[in-house]
Design a protein around this ligand. Sequence first.
Ligand SMILES: *Cc1c(COP(=O)(O)O)cnc(C)c1O
Length: 363
Amino acid sequence: MDDRVFNFNPGPAVLPVSVLERARDELLNFKGLGMSVMEMSHRSKAFEAILDRTESLLREILSIPEEYAVLFLQGGASLQFAMVPMNLALDGRPVDVLDTGHWTRRAIAELEKIAPYRIAASTSEEGYRRLPRPDEIELHPDASYVYMASNNTIYGTQWRWFPDTGNVPLVADMSSDILSRRIDVARFGLIFAGAQKNLGPAGVTVVILRRDLAERADEKLPTMLQYRTHVARRSLYNTPPTFGIYFIGLVLEWVQSQGGLSAIERRNEEKARLLYEALDASEFYETPVAGEDRSLMNVVFRIRGGDEELERRFVSEAEAAGLVGLKGHRSVGGLRASLYNAQSVEAVCALVDFMRAFEEKYG
Ligand SMILES: *Cc1c(COP(=O)(O)O)cnc(C)c1O
């Protein structure tokens, strides 16, 4: 595999090589059926077995309680920004939103069109460099639900705790940190995640929701936009993203082969520690993110003083050295290394070595 680069892309992102190899090996002839998963009916026994296996692995790994449904949908996390309020917002009961960056702003833009909301906390005035503290969050017991993003992919912050919302369902966009650590699913009413960061290829969105919440929606909503449709038909109302679901199943088997979520979590902590320690030890690099809020998935950093010319050079020299995807999001600039589950410790060490050499040359 020595022609593979160290891939720090924010999403779609690096996938485990052993999973890619397995998908390759099974591509032309899946389990002796003489066709690929892409070519088989979504109503076939073979595909049903794949769907069942993927769902049960996800349930096992995340300890998803029985009263939650697991859905495999299309439309990305971005469709969930609309589907969540369309299904979960109740008359006269605004949504409480924790605004922590670009992706919660996107969700708010959809709320503008669909349902009343209140900003329960926001760190926008501080450039989203940190997360709200408990005493800054104003939740209301009459809210339809509380909305948050567990990891802010662009600003590099990640919640280490989740607010206690009492009887109000907590909804979380976990697109960029699902399966990166253990979570208590029962704390949430609904969790959604686009697959392309920690779960598999783009094109599938996983939704985990408490079944009773699917009954909130007006039956007049378009059929495809109601969670209850997909709950009732187990993601088979129409043709689901079959290859993506199969691929997520392979990634979940890989997670288990690594020792499960606690082993993955430990390795994620180790990778992030290596990189943040290197950043903190250097006068040349700096990270704008407050210590306790630093994301283990997306490490955002700059070259001292935000020297854009030097940052451009960093990105291009890193690429020449086989380290790709280190440019920060266009809305914030700077640099970012994404350390999703499939990122190796070896890749992080290679990045730290490169950073030291670059500092020696230009620092
Ligand atoms: C990547 C990302 C999205 C956007 O996902 P799409 O599948 O492209 O709609 C939304 N939220 C978060 C937190 C993300 O990281």
